[in-house]
Design a protein around this ligand. Structure first.
Ligand SMILES: [Zn+2]
Length: 230
């Protein structure tokens, strides 16, 4: 395929994309690619503070996500606003992902690898699983969610899928030059990760350098790439 210009990143919770793929998203944005973020849940259970109301947390997390979007220079964010810890493999969820794909028509779609076998967050599993189903065959077929056609949304074929937090990585991105932006985007999610600090930077750097080590890259993120419809 030609170099993808239009990219969609589907994240289960507002901060998962930053922690797993923030350097790569920053790189794509810096290269002028159009990157749309789709946030599946509102993250309203993501706190250990008993004084925080879920509705207030959900609002705060949207603000934090929009700040991360500004840091990267994203082309847009779609908030699907499903409750935290409540994603399921439903028609409603699948339809929302198909809708986002048909609306933005990305060449490349990135989502979380649903394949982790035992300990996994249900939202991560369903976000990955339902998104992959939405890519194929639902987004492609005009008789899947035909109401979209009435709204002017045509079927769409994705050319390439990238899975973050991959079980079997086969693609590595050198993110050395994008570390600053990655860290700033990650720490936009202040309610989840707190303020940026030398210690946090060091931890992130260590993880990214372990990934990069065998690839001859200083700092890297890993993915599983799947090419579609060849
Ligand atoms: Zn998550």
């Amino acid at each position: 395929m030609t170099e993808p210009e239009s990219i969609m990143v589907v994240t289960p919770h507002p901060d998962d994309s930053e922690s797993a793929a923030g350097g790569t998203i920053a790189k794509w944005c810096a290269e002028g690619k159009k990157v749309i973020l789709v946030v599946c849940t509102n993250g309203d259970k993501g706190t250990s503070d008993r004084s925080v109301k879920p509705a207030d947390l959900a609002k705060l997390r949207e603000k934090e996500t929009l700040e991360a979007a500004r840091v990267y220079g994203l082309a847009g964010v779609e908030f699907l606003r499903f409750p935290d810890q409540a994603l399921e493999d439903t028609d409603e969820f699948r339809e929302r992902i198909v809708w986002a794909i048909r609306k933005h028509k990305p060449d490349l779609l990135m989502c979380i690898d649903p394949g982790r076998p035992y300990i996994r967050h249900r939202d991560h599993y369903y976000s990955g699983r339902v998104t992959l189903d939405a890519v194929f065959p639902y987004s492609r077929d005009h008789l899947a969610f035909p109401e979209h056609l009435e709204g002017g949304l045509e079927p769409h074929k994705i050319e390439e899928i990238w899975l973050f937090r991959p079980q079997e990585p086969n693609t590595y991105v050198d993110v050395t030059d994008y570390f600053e932006t990655r860290q700033n985007a990650l720490h936009s999610h202040f309610s989840q990760v707190g303020p940026r600090s030398e210690e946090r930077d060091e931890r992130s750097r260590k993880r990214l350098s372990e990934t990069g080590e065998k690839q001859g890259m200083e700092l890297a993120e890993s993915f599983m790439k799947i090419e579609m419809f060849r």
